[in-house]
Ligand binder design. Structure first.
Ligand SMILES: NC(=O)c1ccc[n+]([C@@H]2O[C@H](COP(=O)([O-])OP(=O)(O)OC[C@H]3O[C@@H](n4cnc5c(N)ncnc54)[C@H](O)[C@@H]3O)[C@@H](O)[C@H]2O)c1
Length: 312
């Protein structure tokens, strides 16, 4: 399945980042499908690229090439008729996504792939109103979509192997690291891992084992340093299956296994402590600290992108 024409639907935070990613491949034509053509429609992509250029993760020539290969389109027929691969970055509302795909099917070819960037919703359910359910696949990018390599490709109950293969190949071609989630399960792969860790983190704070900063330090200065190089499966092989078995035999019964959110979350919610956006969550946040935290994460990810680029 040869993919040449890519359409990103919805020019919000993820849609802009994804259009930038696909447009970085000179072989692809990219359409960003929007409701209106605003004067400032290029701004989010230009801003992303300028920050990357300032830290050596992109060049001015790449910026111009990316900008010139993205076409903003409002008309359905113009956007979808020649598309090979359409990815929706619509609001996270099941009915909107189902209706969007059913609507797109009226315009696109029968072999066009329909991908959903949903964070948590079932691609099987999203495809329910489609005539050709085998063409619908999950392609979950992580925010910021232009900087985080991981994309979870999620097989629905209907997705064909051909669609999976073509989607994985396309994502690899544009420099992403696609992984295959073989079953349509809540949280796919990476959020299941992430929230198993968060559940334990909240449990430890709830039970006075460690305070929030200590939990974060335990990750940032300890096992978190290994994770970009060595995942849990490799790490288990490193320490040995015998040791892993003995550790689990002893420790698993002591770990959090709650099926409801921590009561601490409920308490904070009722006080209006919503984290960075309200100035208080697990810790207090000044506007300067919020800015500093966001800046450090962005710079870290951009430097990671730049160093990977140098290695290529
Ligand atoms: N934000 C994240 O961190 C993140 C990460 C991974 C995946 N996602 C998923 O990506 C998708 C988009 O998220 P986002 O953060 O970019 O949202 P967003 O609100 O920034 O963007 C949604 C876009 O859809 C457009 N839209 C809304 N209603 C529309 C309609 N009726 N017709 C046409 N366009 C319409 C909006 O104008 C907006 O441009 C969601 O499914 C979300 O769960 C988000």
């Amino acid at each position: 399945m040869k993919i040449k024409n890519v359409v990103v639907v919805g020019a919000g935070m993820m849609g802009n980042a994804l259009a930038q990613v696909f447009a970085s491949d000179p072989d692809l034509n990219v359409i960003l499908k929007t409701r209106t053509l605003k004067e400032d429609r290029w701004d989010p992509i230009i801003k992303n690229l300028d920050i990357m250029i300032a830290r050596g993760a992109a060049t001015e020539e790449e910026k111009q090439r990316i900008l010139s290969s993205i076409k903003f389109v409002t008309d359905d027929a113009e956007a979808y008729t020649d598309a090979d691969f359409i990815i929706e970055c619509y609001p996270e509302v099941m009915e909107m996504k189902q209706d969007l795909f059913a609507h797109i099917e009226k315009f696109c070819r029968n072999d066009c792939i329909l991908a959903t960037n949903t964070s948590v919703m079932s691609p099987t359910e999203i495809s329910e109103k489609c005539e050709h359910k085998e063409r619908v696949v999950g392609a979950h990018f992580w925010n910021p979509g232009h900087l985080i390599p991981l994309v979870e490709v999620v097989k629905s109950n209907y997705t064909s192997d051909e669609v999976i293969e073509a989607t994985m190949a396309l994502l690899e071609k544009v420099g992403k690291k696609p992984i295959l989630c073989k079953k349509d399960v809540p949280g796919f792969v990476a959020n299941r891992l992430q929230h198993a860790l968060w559940r334990e983190a909240f449990y430890m704070v709830e039970n006075g084992i460690a305070d929030p900063k200590t939990v974060d330090d335990a990750c940032k200065y300890g096992p978190g340093l290994r994770w970009p190089i060595m995942g849990p499966m490799e790490n288990s092989d490193l320490v040995g299956i015998d040791l892993t078995y003995n550790i689990h035999k002893y420790i698993l019964k002591h770990l959090a296994d709650n099926h409801e959110p921590s009561y601490l979350l409920q308490d904070m919610l009722s006080r209006g402590d919503l984290g960075m956006k309200s100035g208080k969550g697990w810790q207090e946040w000044t506007p300067e600290q919020v800015e500093e935290s966001n800046r450090r994460l962005r710079e870290y990810l951009i430097d990671y992108t730049a160093s990977n680029k140098q290695k290529q």
